[in-house]
Ligand binder design. Structure first.
Ligand code: URA
Length: 238
């Protein structure tokens, strides 16, 4: 059970404040009955009609997916490729919070909570993301570290970044670099490495807003608990 105005706002019909106004003006019917005072609690199985429009109500769902490589991060793909929504079984219309490239693996949230999605992807609330990039080269540590001092991609300086060199394998001529960033620009990590002359051959996102892939294998997912959802709201609103 949730407050009527909150359920109306969650449905995407209007803001919570506007919902309160509609209730007080006698425009909202719950199971056929006009409710014109604030404070009523309703459930997602109730029928809510506002000005003749029946609201589509869905309980909020929050899924943490270990996205495999070779899957598209959208609800639909014009080329008919497998999408992250195909992997997650749900009765709700879930969509991903931001994107990972087709060939990037790792942590991706899916939800039908538009309010949280907007908070998490809004440039001014950008949350912490940790990536591990594989470079088929023996990297020069000082050059890679220079990513912390910001580089220009698409004509604009990148924001705060932290770099950790996890491994340099001289025999295999490859390196693993951890990069923590707060922005979410298109192909950002690949472009940052390109800016210093390295090509990312494999990319994985290991952390998103403090959440990790612990306990999950590629292609697996789990639901977030209430505590985790509240924490995401707190982080995104900071
Ligand atoms: N940066 C990239 O280059 N690709 C991703 O998928 C995510 C971040």
């Amino acid at each position: 059970m949730e407050r009527l105005q909150k359920i109306i706002a969650n449905s995407g019909y209007c803001s919570r404040r506007k919902a309160e106004e509609l209730i007080l003006n006698g425009k909202v019917r719950v199971n056929g009955e006009i409710i014109n005072t604030l404070g009523s609690k309703v459930s997602y199985s109730d029928t809510i009609i506002i000005n003749g429009v029946t609201l589509k109500l869905e309980p909020k769902e929050y899924v943490l997916l270990y996205k495999p490589r070779g899957v598209v991060s959208s609800a639909h793909d014009d080329k008919g490729r497998k999408t992250v929504v195909d992997i997650v079984e749900s009765e709700n219309r879930l969509y991903p919070v931001g994107r990972l490239d087709y060939d990037t693996s790792g942590i991706l949230l899916l939800t039908n909570d538009g309010e949280l999605t907007n908070l998490l992807i809004h440039p001014s609330h950008e949350v912490e993301k940790v990536y591990v990039a594989k470079i088929d080269d023996i990297v020069i540590p000082s050059l890679v570290k220079s990513l912390e001092k910001r580089v220009i991609i698409d004509g604009k300086k990148t924001g705060k970044a932290r770099v950790k060199i996890k491994k340099i394998d001289k025999k295999k001529k490859s390196s693993l670099i951890e990069l923590m960033i707060y922005e979410g620009r298109n192909h950002q990590v690949k472009k940052m490495f390109e800016a210093i002359g390295y090509h990312v051959s494999k990319l994985k996102r290991e952390k998103f807003a403090g959440l990790t892939l612990d306990g999950l294998k590629s292609g697996e997912y789990r639901h977030l608990n209430i505590k985790e959802v509240k924490k995401l709201y707190a982080i995104a609103k900071k």
